[in-house]
Design a protein around this ligand. Structure first.
Ligand code: 2AM
Ligand code: CA
Ligand code: CA
Ligand code: CA
Length: 267
């Protein structure tokens, strides 16, 4: 990827995240439709769809030959046929958007031939822009992020999501998380995977673990964590994919190996 293009892609990603976040905040104050996707605990709103449509429009107006993989499937072509792929989640934390009206985010990442180049997570409620470019570091607004503090697992504040279902019981991860909760300083569950990973990059959380997330949940967060000096992989230690579901562990490097010993059970 040419540096000129990387720069304009990064600029558009940031601009798109701000536009999407501001639109969500505005729509949140008006009535909107809420639907069940697969169950009462899996919501989608008219705002998720509208925001994704606006993002797709912006991206294609500037980069008509790029592909887009979005949670709400607004882009109609096969995303695998493009060298440059935008992976977007218009509202990460839809349940929080509906109930709490805070703690949701927009997540945008750009991959070139399978490699993460740009990652943006924007929290419109707090006006916090988490931003990373491959090889150029991670930022929260204008502040550069560095995970240079030594943290042991006993001192760590960990975060998890979507563990409490039948599949979790079958794999046994509910018991593993319970055991981990007894070991670490504290456990949190915020409800936006993208924001939780951004918080790991910013040192507000020391680690994040989850089963079976989609690339739009972790695509941006993983680059933020990596560029801040942390590690983000599958629970097996394998690299995170950009085109399929995966478990995720993202943390301060000090206790990565120790945490992996607890989690090394499944993809
Ligand atoms: P979403 O709000 O974009 O759907 C919630 O704990 C986190 O997990 C959010 O990042 C949420 O993203 C994601 N998630 C993915 N699939 C989910 C599901 N079936 N139910 C609830 N959250 C899900
Ligand atoms: Ca969803
Ligand atoms: Ca999501
Ligand atoms: Ca979403």
């Amino acid at each position: 990827m040419q540096s000129f293009q990387l720069e304009s892609i990064a600029k558009t990603a940031k601009e798109g995240a701000r536009m999407a976040g501001e639109l969500s905040l505005k729509r949140m104050k008006q009535p909107y439709e809420v639907e069940y996707k697969t169950s009462a605990s899996d919501l989608v709103t008219a705002v998720d769809k509208e925001v994704e449509e606006q993002l797709v429009k912006l991206i294609l107006s500037r980069f008509p030959d790029h592909g887009i993989l979005g949670e709400e499937s607004t882009f109609k072509q096969d995303p695998n046929q493009f060298d440059t792929l935008w992976i977007i989640d218009p509202i990460d934390g839809t349940t929080n958007f509906v109930h709490q009206q805070i703690n949701f985010s927009v997540s945008i990442s750009v991959y070139h031939r399978g490699e993460a180049m740009v990652g943006v997570v924007y929290d419109p409620s707090r006006d916090e822009m988490f931003f990373a470019v491959k090889g150029e570091g991670a930022y929260l607004n204008d502040r550069k992020l560095h995970l240079d503090r030594q943290v042991t697992l006993e001192e760590a504040l960990l975060c998890t999501s979507v563990f409490w279902n039948k599949r979790a019981e079958q794999i046994g991860i509910d018991q593993i998380v319970k055991k981990l909760a007894g070991k670490v300083r504290g456990m949190r569950l915020l409800g936006s995977a993208a924001l939780e990973m951004a918080y790991v990059a910013a040192g507000r959380l020391d680690g994040y673990v989850s089963m079976s997330l989609n690339p739009w949940d972790f695509g941006a967060g993983r680059l933020l964590v990596e560029e801040a000096g942390g590690i983000a992989t599958r629970m097996t230690g394998e690299p995170l994919p950009h085109d399929s579901k995966s478990s995720v562990m993202a943390c301060n490097p000090t206790f990565y190996e120790e945490l992996k010993q607890y989690l090394n059970i499944s993809k």
